[in-house]
Design a protein around this ligand. Structure first.
Ligand code: 6LW
Length: 510
């Protein structure tokens, strides 16, 4: 199939833009549900719903309470990794491994919007990317990637493993068994087991979550194997192609609205002259699969981006899309509905710290203009874009006599730089915009993904309006390829000292 084919572009792609890696999908009750990974953020494991695969709405989160995930002290890079969502007999299940948190946990809910259960730990499962499947007798199989995450064997990869589990207690009922583990590419992971027709299929990702990523499959007549590999493996990969969506892998299959099999999977959109940097991190895409001789034939993952506007007024409780770092948004954010502002009270921590006073939302589009208007008469705070605590750019304000001091800051591993200027006292609007570089032929700017502009304004256009353009920072240091974590960009509001009032938050895709 050539890359110009548009058959899978019937769905907007990415279907879940921005920081939404490791998707898993299930169809139930006439709807589709997807969950994705969230690492150190609360709430964790967003639940997205669609009836047509075109419009997706976040209906809730699995991990809304601290104890469900236990990621309050999790190191950068760990926390809530890849989940699987399944449905059986009226109950939704999400199984996930939380390295440095609770380990392997199974959550249940009758309504995927929540509330979800406290979770049952599958004791002793040492691996990642658990899948959940049942045979006809109702035996529950957990199939997982045997990447050892703790103990003396840390980092050893045992291939794809499987155990029978008692879901009521979390007890593992047997010694882990090794299953087919791919074609020999690195990091066999993200296994999913499906019963389709006369076969059980074991689908996995292999090649690593970077450019070598791909999806491979094998089949057999029992959920325990043995499995016979498909000769066209990896049957879906973008490796070494010029396709706009790269790193495609970590997929999950579902029957789509038109009866066709769909594969929901992660991918990135690298930019720059050598297509090297992906500012939005790993996002969720969809493509179509045809079955030929009972083997899957996948279409390439096509890009058909939308440009959502994310505009929030603070006259109601924060919605499910707000996230905070290793703490819940409710712990730090207060809504003053009468004034229509959100207030954050700083505690001396900054975005360099493990527990910043920061609430944010996923950056949804590559090019974005974002802004908030702040009252800093009683505190210091601002607007920042965060990949993790080592990699973030921000613009903040504080009052100094009859002026407002505005500071832009870029922090990347080992380095930090600041720019400062002044505006008249009063409310200031802080701006953080991201855009691909202006064309400069073969100049140095062409190599990067984007520039992040940090600037401020006071007054209103036409009145005593003033702009303070402080910095335009190369965005490549906040990308999937350069950051220490598996996350994506989150743009948010923060305070470092005193109480700061934020009047709205707007992020417009351009
Ligand atoms: C995820 C695994 C992966 O569990 O990254 O390398 C992990 N690939 O499938 C975190 O997203």
């Amino acid at each position: 199939m050539n890359d110009d084919d548009t058959s899978s572009a019937i769905y907007p792609n990415p279907i879940l833009p921005g920081f939404n890696p490791d998707p898993s999908v299930v169809a139930a009750d006439g709807a589709y549900y997807i969950v994705t990974s969230t690492f150190e953020y609360y709430p964790g494991l967003p639940v997205y719903r669609s009836h047509d695969f075109v419009t997706w709405e976040q209906v809730g989160n699995v991990g809304t309470r601290l104890g469900q995930l236990a990621v309050t002290e999790v190191p950068t890079g760990l926390g809530v990794w890849a989940p699987t969502i399944r449905y059986r007999d009226g109950v939704f299940y999400v199984i996930v491994v939380i390295p440095a948190g609770r380990g392997c946990v199974v959550f249940t809910a009758t309504d995927p919007a929540g509330e979800w259960s406290d979770g049952t730990v599958v004791e002793g499962l040492n691996g990642i990317d658990p899948d959940l499947a049942w045979d006809d007798e109702g035996t529950a199989y957990v199939t997982y990637s045997g990447l050892v995450m703790s103990g003396d064997e840390l980092g050893t990869h045992l291939g794809i493993q499987q155990v029978k589990v008692d879901l009521a207690t979390g007890a593992i009922l047997e010694e882990p068994r090794s299953l087919w583990s791919g074609s020999g590419f690195m990091f066999p992971e993200a296994p999913h087991l499906y019963h389709r027709g006369e076969y059980w299929y074991l689908m996995i990702a292999e090649g690593g979550t970077e450019r070598g990523h791909g999806v491979s499959i094998a089949r057999g007549t029992s959920p325990e194997g043995p499995f016979t590999a498909y000769e066209a493996n990896p049957f879906l990969t973008a490796r070494s192609t010029i396709r706009p969506v790269q790193n495609t892998g970590h997929g999950d299959l579902v029957e789509g609205p038109a009866g066709q099999t769909l594969i929901v999977l992660l991918g990135v959109r690298p930019g720059g002259g050598t297509r090297a940097f992906s500012p939005l991190g790993r996002e969720t895409f969809v493509s179509t699969v045809d079955w030929i001789d009972d083997w899957p034939v996948a279409q390439p993952v096509l890009l058909s981006e939308q440009r959502p506007i994310d505009s929030v007024r603070f006259d109601a409780p924060l919605d499910d899309r707000w996230m905070a770092v290793r703490r819940t948004p409710a712990e730090i954010a207060a809504i003053d509905a009468e004034r229509g502002v959100l207030t954050l009270t700083g505690d001396g921590s900054t975005l360099d710290d493990a527990h910043p006073v920061f609430v944010g939302r996923r950056q949804l589009t590559w090019s974005v203009t974002s802004q908030t208007t702040v009252d800093v008469s009683n505190g210091t705070g601002g607007l920042g874009v965060r990949y993790d605590q080592q990699a973030h750019y921000e613009i903040e304000a504080r009052t100094d006599g009859d002026e407002v001091v505005v500071t832009a800051r870029a922090s990347v591993p080992s380095f930090s730089r600041e720019w400062s200027g002044r505006l008249p006292a009063g409310p200031v609007t802080l701006h953080l915009d991201s855009a691909a570089p202006e064309a400069d032929g073969f100049g140095p700017d062409m190599m990067t993904s984007d520039f992040v502009s940090l600037w401020a304004s006071s007054g209103v256009p036409g009145g005593a309006y003033q702009e303070l353009r402080l910095a335009s920072v190369d965005g490549r240091y906040l990308t999937a390829e350069t950051a220490a974590s598996f996350t994506g960009r989150v743009i948010g509001l923060y305070a470092t000292a005193g109480t700061v009032a934020f009047d709205g938050y707007d992020a417009t895709g351009v």
